[in-house]
Design a protein around this ligand. Structure first.
Ligand code: GLN
Length: 451
């Protein structure tokens, strides 16, 4: 019934919203049948058994097209499934399909997809955010019960905020990246997008695991997150970076975030403002590091091993060049060029190394803050969802919209977006809660109390 309900919504809404790039209704129903049998026999229990999920299209799924919303992977059917997805399958999840995203997760609006835009279910003239825009819009529109996204620089939290749903980016190393098509490997994390905090906690509990196949996977002491679902923030120390409330922040977003802080204060948390520092360096450092890693990661798409190959060419180099020129879209090419430039000899020290040093300083600034605070609270994004067609013309301006999310990735921290109201146009606003490494439970506790 859950699968059918989601499929009815897809049938009704997806021709307008375009949350999905691939669906397989028949396979999902078959799968649901098998799982139902196991539930009836009592061999499959647990909260996610039979619950339908949508997967961002950068998560490899055996036998199912995985495109990264790029022409270069337009024909790519993986021979294996991402570990996070396998963890869900072991719990009896039913996969409805693959969701639209910015090409290779590069973008903030889901408009860089090679397969067309996704619309925001709250107002279809607006973007859903990105890059996990398809996943977040699908949850908001009831086209799935929950979804997985990936967050390299805000891509779970920002579209969750724009679509009025809840999303967590876990501590780096918590969810295996095996089978996640890499963008910026030192920043990428898979995480849940759900209707509320309790759903996200349960999903995170299911997907998080130690995995030998991911060399950056961390063996955590515990993978329990749901025990933090208690309505109690008494005595919790919460800091709001003053630097997150300044210029560029929409006054309506600011007032919603400050009123959320007030609610937590009324519930017994101690909330105060502080200076985080270095905030203005996060965007340049992130775009240097993420693009550098992307330029290296994306060199594997050469038309030889898998993916798109140009039809006519004259020798090996011409084949590489034409396949890549035709297969990648403009935003991806921009990042590859920027990344290759900052890694090239003569510029490496001036840009890449400097960005790495900045990253270390940003981590230190957070370390200092977490000596004093349990959590950091702030906005997810400076504005609510912009109108379609307004962002790509000025990429630098679009990058500035990542100001509050990307330092969390640079420092490897967990961060969550929780709905905290709407603006005067009726568009959702997200509250961001940031914790120290491995402190997801504190985030979940505060988010649950607030919600
Ligand atoms: N806006 C960020 C970028 O374009 C989003 C990255 C992400 O989290 N996938 O790099």
């Amino acid at each position: 019934e859950a699968v059918e309900a989601s499929q009815e919504q897809i049938e009704k809404l997806d021709s307008t919203l375009h949350c999905y790039v691939t669906t397989d209704a028949k396979k999902a129903l078959e799968q649901a049948g098998h799982i139902q049998k196991k539930i009836d026999e009592g061999t499959l229990t647990g909260p996610l058994a039979g619950v339908p999920v949508a997967l961002k299209d950068n998560l490899c799924t055996e036998g199912m097209l995985t495109t990264c919303s790029s022409d270069i992977l337009g024909n790519f059917v993986p021979t294996y499934t991402a570990e996070a997805v396998r963890n869900l399958e072991r719990q009896g999840a039913v996969i409805l399909g693959k969701t639209n995203m910015d090409e290779f997760a590069m973008g903030s609006t889901t408009e860089t997809s090679a397969y067309g835009i996704t619309r925001n279910p709250w107002n279809t003239d607006h973007v859903p955010g990105g890059s996990s825009g398809g996943s977040c819009a699908a949850v908001a529109a009831g086209e799935c019960f929950y979804a997985l996204g990936s967050d390299t620089g805000g891509s779970i939290r920002q579209p969750s905020s724009f679509c009025g749903v809840t999303g967590i980016k876990p501590t780096y190393g918590t969810v295996s990246r095996y089978g996640l098509i890499a963008y910026g490997s030192s920043l990428d994390q898979i995480g849940p997008v759900g209707k509320d905090v309790a759903d996200c906690a349960a999903i995170l509990e299911a997907i998080a695991s130690y995995d030998k196949k991911d060399s950056t996977s961390v063996k955590r002491e515990s993978y329990d997150f749901t025990s933090a679902l208690v309505d109690d923030v008494k005595g919790m120390k919460i800091g709001i970076p003053r630097d997150y409330l300044g210029e560029g922040l929409d006054p309506e977003v600011k007032s919603a975030v400050l009123s959320a802080a007030k609610t937590l204060e009324e519930k017994g948390a101690c909330v105060e403002e502080f200076d985080l520092s270095l905030v203005e360096y996060a965007i340049p450092a992130y775009y240097v590091i993420a693009s550098a890693e992307a330029s290296s990661n994306l060199s594997r798409f050469d038309g030889v091993k898998y993916g798109y190959r140009t039809k006519e060419y004259d020798g090996l180099h011409s084949m590489y060049k034409k396949s890549r020129s035709e297969g990648f879209g403009p935003e991806v090419k921009r990042r590859i060029m920027l990344g290759s430039f900052v890694l090239s000899s003569g510029y490496y020290d001036a840009y890449y190394l400097k960005a790495l040093r900045t990253k270390a300083l940003i981590k230190q600034a957070f370390d200092k803050a977490f000596q004093k605070y349990d959590l950091i609270l702030g906005p997810v994004a400076p504005t609510t969802a912009p109108k379609l067609g307004k962002s790509l013309a000025d990429p630098l301006k679009m990058y500035l919209g990542d100001i509050y999310t990307i330092s969390v990735n640079l420092a490897g921290l967990p961060g969550m977006s929780v709905p905290c109201g709407t603006d005067s146009k009726g568009l959702p606003i997200g509250l961001q809660l940031i914790g120290d490494c491995f402190q997801e439970k504190k985030i979940i506790r505060a988010a649950y109390a607030f919600e």
